[in-house]
Write a protein that binds this ligand. Structure first.
Ligand code: GUN
Length: 301
């Protein structure tokens, strides 16, 4: 039996910050705006190209989600697929021809490249015109973001979606201690920049960081994108923190027909007991990424 004191110490669970709900609202609003734009400027349609090299299953899934969301909103999206035998010169050639196509407003080169050749990914991402680089991966866009020119660059969609989810909580970022785990070019590094230029004090952790639990325990706002299933334990999380989980990992689960299930980088059940706000996986950051991409494409015109 619990004593009264013990019962009063039991805190309630975190508020779940739903990316499904927020992204649906964003997509509904965008559909109305795209319809209005089409009727006002007849014949104009925003265009997106997703360029894929090879045939990775995870990339196929990400791309079909983007194409479906674009189609629902009324954006013309096409999938250009090159074989895994395509040379670097052939990939560059495809990029340059999309750069020159004025019916296309956004170009995504799906990563990682699945090629039998050694391809310089940096060279490829920098070949995308900075004006069409909706992933924000070119040096021009990433450089502007790192300097705080947020209004003059494309911001990568996953961190942009994380910021939107943090906004949904009503917790102000300015002055908070934010901890980002992971320093990838598509998630961790731009997340660091976004939090910094929204006036948080930011610590970015990576594979060489010592005492990760101690770093995590200092976070008022924690954003995790490290690609390790349920690595961040609830015991590490500061009471009342905002926890944003960008992880998408498959783990074995015999209770499922597929034999597996999707989990994030944060151990959800234990973090839920300490955080004030937490994003679920699936249904958190993932759907926001696509919604932010659609918003970027629409906003460009
Ligand atoms: N691979 C996984 N996510 C992404 C993304 O958002 N953009 C690109 N280009 N590749 C990815």
């Amino acid at each position: 039996m619990f004593s009264l004191a013990a019962l009063s110490l039991r805190r309630s669970l975190a508020t779940v910050v739903s990316g499904n709900k927020t992204s649906k609202l964003v997509r509904e609003r965008l559909k109305l705006e795209v319809d209005k734009m089409k009727s006002e400027f007849s014949g104009f349609t925003p265009g997106l190209v997703v360029l894929q090299v090879g045939d990775r299953d995870d990339s196929n899934l990400y791309i079909s989600t983007k194409l479906k969301a674009a189609a629902e909103i009324g954006i013309v999206a096409s999938h250009v697929r090159l074989p895994n035998t395509a040379t670097q010169a052939e990939i560059l050639h495809s990029i340059l021809s999309v750069n020159e196509d004025c019916s296309v407003h956004g170009l995504i080169v799906q990563l990682p490249l699945d090629s039998v050749h050694t391809i310089d990914t940096e060279l490829i991402t920098n070949a995308v015109s900075p004006l069409k680089d909706v992933d924000g991966l070119s040096c021009i866009n990433a450089g502007k973001l790192s300097r705080g020119d947020l209004g003059d660059c494309f911001i990568p969609c996953t961190p942009n979606g994380c910021m939107e989810l943090i906004r949904q909580t009503g917790v102000s970022v300015a002055g908070k201690h934010a901890v980002v785990i992971g320093r990838s070019k598509i998630v961790g590094a731009p997340m660091h920049d976004l939090l910094l230029w929204n006036h948080a004090t930011v610590t970015t952790c990576h594979s060489k960081t010592q005492d990760l639990p101690a770093q995590v325990s200092r976070a008022d706002i924690l954003v995790v994108g490290m690609g390790r299933a349920e690595m961040v334990r609830g015991e590490w999380v500061k009471e009342g923190a905002v926890v944003i989980d960008c992880g998408i990992n498959h783990i074995a689960d015999e209770s499922k027909a597929s034999g597996k299930r999707v989990v994030g980088d944060v151990h959800y059940a234990s973090a839920n007991e300490r955080a004030a706000f937490i994003t679920p996986v699936p249904g958190g950051v993932g759907p926001m990424t696509v919604a932010m991409l659609m918003e970027l494409l629409y906003g460009k015109n």
